[in-house]
Ligand binder design. Structure first.
Ligand code: PHE
Length: 453
C-alpha cells in the first residue's frame, strides 16, 4: 500500500475488515430479493443448479482475478486498467473496461436504490403493525398500493440515496468498515430464524422441492443467461467494485482463500433466503413467478402470523435495508474513487455529483412501476431493461474482459506473484479456469442467446 493511497482513501485495517466489506458488497438485495424472484420466474431447481455452477466455475475465478487486478494496481478501475496495461505492455483500449464498470455501477445503483427504498418503507409498515394477522390478499394489496404511488417511492429512494452518500463521503475506515462490521452477522441470524418459521409450514418440503429438484425442461437460453448474469450480480463482479476494494487490500493477504469465503457466505445467504421464502409462497397459494414483489408479498405473511413477528418484521427489513446499503456503497465507490483520484474532486463533491446523477436515473425505475408501467422497450419496462442491460450484459461482458486480461494479457509471473498461491497446482487450476473456462462459458451463453448455437 503506497502512502499516497493511504492519504486519499485509507486502507483496510485487517483481512477481516476486507472480508466483511466485500461480503457486505456481495450480500444484498441480490441474495434476498432478486435470487428468490428470478428463481421463481425461471422454474426453480434447474435454474439454481446453473447459477451454482456459474458461481463456482466463473464467479470465483473472476473474483480472484478482479481482486488481484485491484491490489496489483492500487488504483480505481479506470486508472487500474491503465497501469496494468502499461505493466503488461498491452493496448490502452483496456481502460474502457474501467469506464464500463463505473457506468454499470451507477446504472445498477439507480434501480437498486429504489428497491432498497421499498425495504426501508417496509420497516415503517412493520413497525406500525400493518402486517399483523393480515392474509395473503391484504399483504398483496399493501404492496400494490405502495408501488402505485410515485411520491412514496421517490421519498424512500431519496432517503436511501442520501444514506448511501452520507456513508460514502466518510471514506473507507470510518464509513464502509463500521457499517459492515456490525450489521452483516446480524442478518445471518435473522434469516436462520425465518428458515425456522418456514419449517413450521406444511409446504416446507414443497418449497425445498421447487428450489432443489431440477426440471431441465424449464430451462431456456434466456434463463441460463439470467443465472449467469446473476452469478456476477450477486458476487458484485464485472464492474470494478471488488477491484476497488482489492486496491485497498494489503499485500500479505491470500486472495484466493478470501474469495472462497466471500462467495461461500454469499451463496449460503441466497439459498437460505430461498428456503425461507418458497414454503411461504406455496403455503399461501401464491405464485413463485410473481416478480420483483415476491419477498414483499410473502415474508410479511410470516411476520403477521408468527409469535414475535412484529419485532422480527422490523428487524428483518432493517437488516435488508442495511445489507442493501453495504452493497450500494460499493456500487458507487468506483465512480467516486475515479473522480477523487483523476478529476481532483474532493470526496464530498464527488459524492454529491455521482449521487445526484444516480438519483435522477432512479426516477425512471420509480415510474416504471406506476405512471410509466406501459412504457416498454424491447418488451421490457425501464426497470427490467436496466436490470437486463446491467446484470445480463454489462457485468458478464466486464467479467469476460477481466478474465481475458488476467489469463492472457497480464504476464504470468505477475499474476503468480500477486496471487501467491500455496502451491503450483492451485495456481494452474485458477489459470485454466480464468483463461478458458470462465471466458469460454460467457461466450457460449451469449452465442446461445443470440441464436448462433
Ligand atoms: N452484489 C450485490 C447484491 O447481490 C449487488 C452488487 C452488484 C453490488 C454489483 C456491487 C456490484 O445485492
Amino acid at each position: 500500500m503506497t502512502d499516497t493511497k493511504k492519504t486519499v482513501h485509507g486502507a483496510w485495517s485487517s483481512r477481516f475488515a476486507f472480508i466483511l466489506a466485500a461480503t457486505g458488497s456481495a450480500v444484498g438485495l441480490g441474495n434476498i430479493w432478486k435470487f428468490p424472484y428470478i428463481t421463481g420466474e425461471n422454474g426453480g431447481g434447474a435454474f439454481v443448479i446453473v447459477y451454482l455452477l456459474c458461481v463456482l466455475l466463473i464467479g470465483i475465478p473472476i473474483m480472484i482475478a478482479e481482486t488481484m487486478l485491484g491490489r496489483r494496481s492500487q488504483k480505481n478501475p479506470i486508472e487500474a486498467m491503465e497501469v496494468l496495461t502499461d505493466e503488461a505492455g498491452a493496448d490502452h483500449n483496456w481502460h474502457y473496461l474501467g469506464w464500463m464498470g463505473v457506468i454499470a455501477g451507477l446504472l445498477i445503483l439507480s434501480y437498486y436504490s429504489v428497491i432498497a427504498g421499498w425495504a426501508s418503507a417496509y420497516i415503517l409498515k412493520a413497525f406500525t403493525g400493518s402486517f399483523l394477522d393480515a392474509d395473503a390478499l391484504t399483504i398483496k394489496k399493501i404492496f400494490d398500493d405502495f408501488v402505485a404511488s410515485p411520491i412514496q417511492l421517490i421519498f424512500w429512494h431519496s432517503l436511501f440515496m442520501l444514506a448511501t452518500m452520507l456513508i460514502v463521503v466518510r471514506g473507507v475506515n470510518n464509513g464502509l468498515e463500521k457499517a459492515a462490521q456490525y450489521l452483516m452477522p446480524s442478518l445471518f441470524v435473522l434469516i436462520f430464524a425465518l428458515v425456522g418459521y418456514a419449517m413450521t409450514t406444511d409446504s416446507y418440503f414443497q418449497g425445498l422441492h421447487f428450489l432443489f429438484m431440477p426440471d431441465f425442461s424449464k430451462l431456456t437460453s434466456n434463463s441460463v443467461l439470467t443465472a449467469m448474469g446473476h452469478a456476477f450480480f450477486t458476487l458484485s463482479l464485472g464492474m470494478g467494485a471488488i477491484m476497488v476494494y482489492g486496491s485497498y487490500l494489503s499485500k500479505n493477504i491470500s486472495i484466493a482463500k478470501t474469495a472462497f469465503l466471500i462467495a461461500g457466505a454469499d451463496t449460503i445467504v441466497a439459498l437460505l433466503a430461498g428456503i425461507a421464502i418458497f414454503p411461504i409462497v406455496f403455503a399461501n397459494n401464491l405464485h413463485p413467478n410473481s416478480g420483483p414483489g415476491l419477498i414483499f408479498e410473502t415474508l410479511p405473511i410470516a411476520f403477521g402470523s408468527m409469535t414475535g413477528g412484529w419485532l422480527m418484521g422490523i428487524l428483518f427489513f432493517v437488516m435488508l435495508a442495511v445489507a442493501a446499503l453495504t452493497s450500494a456503497i460499493s456500487l458507487i465507490e468506483p465512480a467516486v474513487a475515479w473522480l477523487v483520484e483523476n478529476k481532483d474532486f474532493t470526496r464530498e463533491k464527488a459524492c454529491v455529483w455521482s449521487g445526484l446523477v444516480t438519483w435522477a436515473l432512479g426516477l425512471g425505475t420509480v415510474f416504471s412501476f406506476n405512471i410509466w408501467s406501459n412504457v416498454k422497450f424491447f418488451d421490457r419496462s425501464i426497470f427490467q431493461l436496466l436490470d437486463y442491460l446491467t446484470a445480463n450484459l454489462m457485468l458478464p461482458i466486464g467479467g469476460f474482459c477481466i478474465a481475458v486480461f488476467s489469463g492472457w494479457i497480464m504476464k504470468k509471473h505477475h499474476s503468480e506473484q500477486e496471487l501467491n498461491m500455496p502451491n503450483e497446482t492451485s495456481y494452474q487450476i485458477w489459470k485454466l479456469l480464468i483463461s478458458y473456462v470462465a471466458p469460454g462459458s460467457v461466450f457460449l451463453v451469449f452465442l446461445h442467446v443470440i441464436g448462433v448455437l
